[in-house]
Write a protein that binds this ligand. Structure first.
Ligand code: ADP
Ligand code: TPW
Ligand code: MG
Length: 575
């Protein structure tokens, strides 16, 4: 095997190759340069071969984090991120990430080794037996299995195109052990490989849909643009900005679209969000779904008479929650170009009264936030800690920010401005916990830039063991645990009398910083603003893996953060 490790497949030869080599060749041929995974039977040699052939292999402690790293790599690069797992339990651990990627529209491929089909299908008890392809189907954009080594090339090509074309998503690719170890002659193998041409073809919008959209906006006095992570993903940054600036329409970014235009842009209406949503008479959604995050587009959050324009690549997204007056189905890059080409100067003019009202509210809310950030309570609350972080991050626009938690998520989103696109990576459409370390590792590996992960103490726990991975690969990741000693709050009194802590309680005295020290990283424990700012500046300057355990008042925080309205409460509860 050793000499085959680095020998590319040559046609016109009677030499044999095998499924392992073919998978690696198929990935390389399609510019896949990184695999995230956890090895074991039957894919260990696949990881070795990938590494030997120049693909970067990043080995994780848990497949869910490897999958999350792959998903965020897909989001950042528009190429599918690859996660490699072993059969049954490894596969299932990776499935949460694959389902999350599909839900968020991130392109990734979960490649999993699998057991002998004949035994699996008769449930005869193979090693790590599971009908993986069928288990994956409901949670993936598509699931494919390769049953013959000569189909590896086409299987990988199919997975790549499915992951990135249309609405991106997670694809499952099942590779049975016998296919990996099967041999075939090198000439047949070489011919079976596929270079995917134009994997995510442009999808041009219909000209009449562009005219309809421009008509709705021209007829509006109080227009508003909502930017979603589909817009950020499309990388049509310059055209989106040009359209917003030429029309003068105020915009609000969804959380992962922050930075698409800088948060301090004068047309940002984020600080007047609820007023803008309720009062807009025309709304243009650019790569944002009208799901729970936007109150399903319904009253009272929105005006019942507002007209909606929606730019999306998926036709079936239109009218999903309320009627869309002007659906623009196409890829956002092409749609923005068509809108700019059709835009007649002076036809779209937001009312000055509308802009004035938004400016007034924005000013008031910005002042309110400034007051909040200026306070120095001891112990710190979320605002106080984030004010210190905000100061250190100012002037360092390249830094990536990963963020999860409840209060730790919602307050960070409101306090920390993003100056550049695709730098804020968070819990996303599901509001899921556990993306933290995977996204941080994926972002650091993909960008080579520093990453700061601002984590609730509960949120951190979901993927915390990956700090070993971070230290092993010496990644420039700084984790800040906003430690209020619990899920939402740390001061809940127990409900029973057996001595067990309350359901939301975690250990406020937990020495999270010692975890990273165990692996050779820099640990800091801080309890005030000055020490937090000093620790963060030092960690950033060191470029080393670091964890700052930041004590937050256990009384700070509200149940479920800013979505407490979604939390059903027992009518019978005493408190
Ligand atoms: P957010 O959570 O930021 O509101 P969503 O994930 O709900 O954003 O919505 C993103 C939308 O963007 C999805 O409906 C998806 O189909 C769409 N989308 C993703 N990529 C593109 C693209 N390149 N062109 C057009 N639409 C896209
Ligand atoms: C996979 C439910 C939502 S937010 C959260 C949980 C457990 C943690 C909040 O505590 P944290 O933040 O992180 O300490 P803070 O600042 O408010 O104290 N399991 C999954 N996903 C979700 N969303 C949950 C559980 C949840
Ligand atoms: Mg907490």
């Amino acid at each position: 095997m050793a000499d085959k490790l680095d020998s590319p497949i040559k046609p016109d030869s009677t030499e044999l190759t095998d499924g392992f080599h073919l998978v690696v060749e198929a990935l390389k041929r399609n510019q896949i340069d990184t695999i995230y995974g956890v090895v074991g039977i039957p894919i260990t040699d696949l990881a070795r071969l990938a590494q030997a052939s120049g693909i970067r292999y990043i080995g994780f402690r848990h497949e869910q984090s490897a999958g999350n790293a792959a998903a965020i790599t897909g989001y950042l690069t528009q190429k599918p991120g690859i996660c490699l797992t072993v059969s049954a339990p490894g596969f299932l651990n990776g499935m949460v990430a694959l389902a999350n990627a599909t839900t968020n529209g991130f392109p990734m491929i979960l490649i999993s080794g699998s057991s002998d089909r004949a035994i699996v299908d008769l449930q005869q008890g193979d090693y790590e037996e599971l009908d993986q392809m069928n288990a994956a189907k409901p949670y993936a954009k598509a699931a494919y299995r390769v049953d013959r080594p000569e189909d590896i090339g086409i299987g990988v090509a199919r997975a790549i195109r499915t992951a990135v074309s249309g609405r991106p998503g997670g694809v499952y690719l099942d590779l049975p052990a016998h296919v990996l170890s099967a041999t075939l002659d090198v000439a047949t193998a070489a011919q079976s490989l596929v270079s995917v041409i134009d994997p995510a073809p442009r999808q041009l919008p219909a000209p009449e849909s562009i005219r309809r959209a421009l008509d709705v906006l021209s007829g509006s006095k109080r227009p508003l643009i909502i930017l979603g992570k589909g817009a950020a993903y499309s990388q049509a940054d310059a055209d989106i900005r040009a359209f917003i600036e030429r029309t003068g329409i105020p915009f609000i970014p969804m959380s992962m679209a922050k930075g698409l235009l800088p948060d301090d842009h004068p047309q940002s209406a984020a600080a007047a969000r609820s007023y803008a949503l309720a009062q807009a008479d025309a709304v243009m959604l650019i790569g944002a779904r009208l799901n729970w995050l936007l109150g399903h587009g319904k009253s009272p959050q929105w005006s019942a008479t507002a007209k909606f324009v929606q730019l999306d690549i998926l036709a079936s997204e239109m009218d999903s929650n309320r009627a869309i007056a002007a659906p623009v189905v196409g890829d956002i890059g092409s749609s923005m170009k068509a809108l700019l080409a059709g835009l007649q100067p002076g036809t779209i003019r937001p009312d000055s009264k509308w802009l004035g009202e938004l400016a007034q509210r924005k000013e008031r809310n910005v002042a309110r936030m400034a007051d909040h950030l200026a306070k120095t309570p001891q112990p710190m609350d979320f605002y106080s800690a984030l004010a210190a972080i905000k100061d250190v991050l100012a002037g360092q626009p390249e830094i990536y920010l990963v963020n999860e938690g409840a209060n730790a998520l919602d307050i960070t989103r409101n306090v920390i401005d993003m100056p550049l696109p695709r730098r804020r990576l968070d819990s996303g459409t599901w509001g899921v916990m556990g993306i933290g370390m995977g996204y941080a590792i994926g972002a650091a590996v993909t960008s080579g830039k520093p990453v700061i992960a601002i984590e609730g103490d509960s949120a951190f726990g979901f993927s915390g063991m990956e700090i070993e991975t971070i230290c092993r690969y010496k990644l420039p990741i700084i984790i800040i645990v906003l430690n209020n000693g619990g899920i939402y709050r740390g001061d809940e009194v127990p409900h029973g009398n057996n001595g067990d802590p309350a359901p939301t309680t975690l250990m406020p005295q937990a020495r999270y910083e010692q975890l990273i020290e165990a692996f050779g990283g820099n640990g800091y424990a801080v309890a005030d603003r000055l020490n937090l700012a000093t620790a963060l500046a030092e960690a950033l300057a060191s470029g080393r893996p670091s964890l700052i355990n930041c004590a937050i008042d256990p009384k700070a925080g509200t149940e479920s953060g800013h979505i407490s309205n979604l939390n059903p409460k027992s009518a019978l509860a005493k408190q």
